[in-house]
Design a protein around this ligand. Structure first.
Ligand code: ZN
Length: 205
């Protein structure tokens, strides 16, 4: 039964399609929005649409960015031969916050998960592979640091990447961030000191 009328009902439904927003939060937000000044609502709606249409995947590292190439990939201060592979742009932001990493990134936008039907082709692995080799077939990176989460999905993705890189037969070192990242822990929720330690203590695979 529709208690609220169809506009509010539709708003609740679309809000609850967002990650982390359950029916209750969606309801709370919907009523809040319905009581807000119209201009404010319009500003939020505009910023949503604008962000969606302006944001693309960086042509090099696949992170979300406004232009074709993200500021990190454009920077001459970064070591472009060291590539840290992370699951999403939030993890990239977490490592950037430590201020101790001067390489570049590769954002997978997910992890391999047979349980939920996410295969190697559903994440940005092809793009990673393509970055590792220049036109002459030479290695265009010295090291890949795998910083996927320490969940089952993150670990299987790490193993998959190791296998992929080995098939290239290029002199590229593959390392995995160290202990300190708790098992099952999401990188975006880990404090900066722990992340820095995990990075320093990485081991070769
Ligand atoms: Zn980039």
């Amino acid at each position: 039964m529709d208690y609220y009328g169809s506009s509010i009902g539709r708003l609740i439904e679309s809000l609850s399609s967002l990650p982390g927003i359950g029916k209750k939060s969606a309801q709370r937000l919907a009523f809040h929005i319905a009581a807000m000044p119209e201009e404010q609502v319009k500003a939020i709606a505009d910023s949503l649409v604008e962000a969606r249409s302006n944001v693309h995947f960086c042509k090099h590292c696949c992170t979300l960015t406004d232009g074709d190439i993200c500021p990190i990939c454009q920077s001459s201060k970064r070591n472009h031969r060291q590539i840290m592979v992370v699951e999403n742009s939030r993890d990239l932001a977490a490592y950037e916050k430590t201020g101790r990493y001067d390489g570049v990134y590769h954002v997978l936008h997910g992890a391999i998960s047979p349980m939920t039907g996410v295969g190697p082709n559903d994440i940005k692995l092809k793009e990673l592979l393509m970055r590792l080799q220049d036109e002459d077939g030479e290695a265009s990176a010295d090291e890949i640091i795998i910083a996927t989460n320490s969940s089952v999905e993150g670990e299987s993705t790490a193993m998959y990447i190791v296998k992929l890189v080995k098939t290239l037969e290029l002199p590229i070192k593959v390392t995995r961030i160290a202990t300190g990242v708790p098992v099952g822990g999401d990188i975006e929720n880990i404090d900066e000191v722990t992340l820095e330690r995990a990075l320093k203590g990485r081991t070769e695979l």
